[in-house]
Every structure is written in structure tokens, then in C-alpha cells.
Design a protein around this ligand. Sequence first.
Ligand code: ADP
Ligand code: MG
Length: 382
Amino acid sequence: MDINELKKIFGEHYGSPQAVYASPGRVNLIGEHTDYNGGFVLPGAIDKGMALAIKPNGTSKIRVFSVDYNEACEFGMNEADKPEKGWAKYIFGVVREMDKRGKKVEGFDAAFYGDVPLGAGLSSSAALESTFAYALNDIYSLGIDLFELAKIGQATEHNYVGVKCGIMDQFASLFGKKGNLIRLDCRSLEYQYVPFNPTGYKLLLVDSCVKHELVNNPYNRRRESCEAAAAAIRRRHPEVEFLRDANFDMLEEVKSEISAEDYSRATFVIGEVKRLLDACDALTKGDYQTVGKKMYETHEGLSKLYEVSCEELDFLNDCARRYGVTGSRIMGGGFGGCTINLVEDAKYDKFVAQTLADYKAKFNIDARIYDVVISDGARRLE
Ligand code: ADP
Ligand code: MG
């Protein structure tokens, strides 16, 4: 699928588009479970995303065609006239959130498609929200800054989809820049570009294609552990708001006051904040071996201390080690989904072929491979 085909499909439904936009999915190189601990994340936009052809239609109705679902959906701007299709909720949410901010959108026609794998942890939903948010802001000259557009996407997930996500995905989709990752401070929302030009390496995801059912909401328990450890430290060090502010010495001081489980969880988080900063230093120096080492350490911590891995993800991480991959770790919350891997060009073919074979032999599941290149964020194409 390319832009001309998209325009042709738009044409079959709605005439010729006024403009065409695109917005990507994202990866996060390192920095897992750090967001709700006030720490940093290190995402980058990828070369897979959503493309959208759009034109105001002079009515108060929104008419959208999803190329990938081969479905059309028509809806209005208000709750009384909301869309029925699941995928259209993301678009309706963006329009509603703009309206709540006093930014008026009028009726439009749109057609869109995407190549971000759905539900694999590359944030196809943020790509979708960001594309529409960016496009509407542009064609209606609403003057909303990129940060607010990211918040509009996040609020769409919270209020219209029911996913209580952080801001990283929408942020990366909008602020992405070719050849750069973005170090985002999840507390202050300050950010900084960090060069990522891994000449001689490829970045790829291996999708375990499993998602384990979560019982007793393990994510909430992880958060509670982090909060308990931070609270214990804060009693001695009032400046510690989140675990991000703590160090290992502080944690040792309270070891006897918190549970062994809380101690392990906090050890991971404090280590992860430091690993991310170390990885940023290494990236600035172009030292990808050290970056890779940090990724393995993160995996180890997620598996042994934070305990959000699973047999399949640990197996994929072992494959990476076995076939000489420079860095590999779980990407995302855990219990399934993808590993993100930094692999030398010369080792790529063997790693992929062997891992697919080994994984199939062990679990009888076909893993999926997604190559990614760090690319630009939301933009107008035509
Ligand atoms: P992800 O981790 O990829 O963001 P989500 O479950 O949050 O997974 O979002 C996936 C949903 O986003 C899909 O169910 C669909 O509603 C919407 N979506 C994503 N990509 C597309 C697409 N190409 N076309 C239509 N809808 C899409
Ligand atoms: Mg999503």
C-alpha cells in the first residue's frame, strides 16, 4: 500500500483529499516500569505507522473508511451520535477531546491504513490517535502544540477506549525524529533527543505471540510495592517523592522495614533508572556494546526481580544470547508480547532463522519478526 493507492481509495468514497498525513508507532529501547515511578523512558518512533487522507466535507458528520478493516463508519461530534466500530472510537475520542479544549473541528471525510502490527506492543493505537490529532490540528489551524496533541491521544485512551496508559506512546509518535531516541522524564515531561545511529546493527522485535492471562492484577501489585518502598525511604529522606529519586544505599537502610518482595521490586526500579541513564551516555558515545549489555541487564531484572517475564520471553532472551545478539530484553509490561533486540548485521540472518526454529520446536508457536528503523514522528506528506 502506498500514498497513491490511499488517495485512490479515498477517491472511490469521497472525491479527492485535501491533504495526507502520517504518524508512526514506537519502540522503547530501555526504561521499563519506570514511568509510574517518576523516572525516564527512551522511546523512538519507527518506520511503521498510519497514513491518512482527509478533507473537510462541509457537514457536521465524520465519515471514515478503514482500509485495513475494509469498513466505513459515520458518526457525529457528540456522545449522542458516537461511532459503533471499535476502531472509530479512537477518532471520535480525539475529536471530543479537542472539543473539550475549546478547539472546534467540523465534519470531514477520511480514509486511513496502517502497517503497525496490532496489539504487539508497538502502539498502533497511538499511531492512529496521533495521525488524526495532528491532521485535524493542521487542517483546521487549531494551534494546539505537540504536547497537547499527545495529551489528547492519551485522554482518548483513558476516556473513550478505557486504557489507562501513560503519555509515552503518543509522545513518541508525535515527537519522533529520525536517528534519535527521546529521553522523556515522566515526572517533569522534559525531554531530550539522544542520537541513535547504530551503523552495522539492526533493531528488531521478536513477537512471542503469547499473552498470558493476568490474575490478581499483578501490575497493581507492582505499583503498590514501588509506592511502599518509596514511602519507607521518604520517612528518612523526605526529598524522595518517587523511587526515581532514591539510590541503592537508601534502599538498604529500609530493607528490614519493607517486605522482601517490595525490596526486589524497588531494586529493579532503582537499577532501571540508572541503566537508562547509562545507556544514554553510551548512545551519545556511539557505544552500542554497552547499550546492549544494559538491555540484557534490564531483561534479567524484569525476569528475576520484577517478575513480569514468562517462559516464552525468557526463552527468546536465551536465544538472543546463544546467537550472539548484542542486546535483548522484554519490551513493554511483560507476561508476553515482544523482545526488542539489537543485533549485528552479520548475525541477523542466523539469529532470526534459528530463533524461529527453536521457538517453534519448544512451544509449537510461530514467533513473528518485525524489523524497525528509528524514524520521524507525525507529519504532513502531501
Ligand atoms: P497496540 O498495542 O498496537 O496499540 P491496542 O489494542 O492499544 O494495541 O490498539 C489496537 C486497536 O487500534 C485496534 O483494535 C484498532 O481498533 C485500532 N487500530 C490499530 N491499527 C489500526 C488500523 N491499521 N486500522 C484500523 N484500526 C486500527
Ligand atoms: Mg495501544
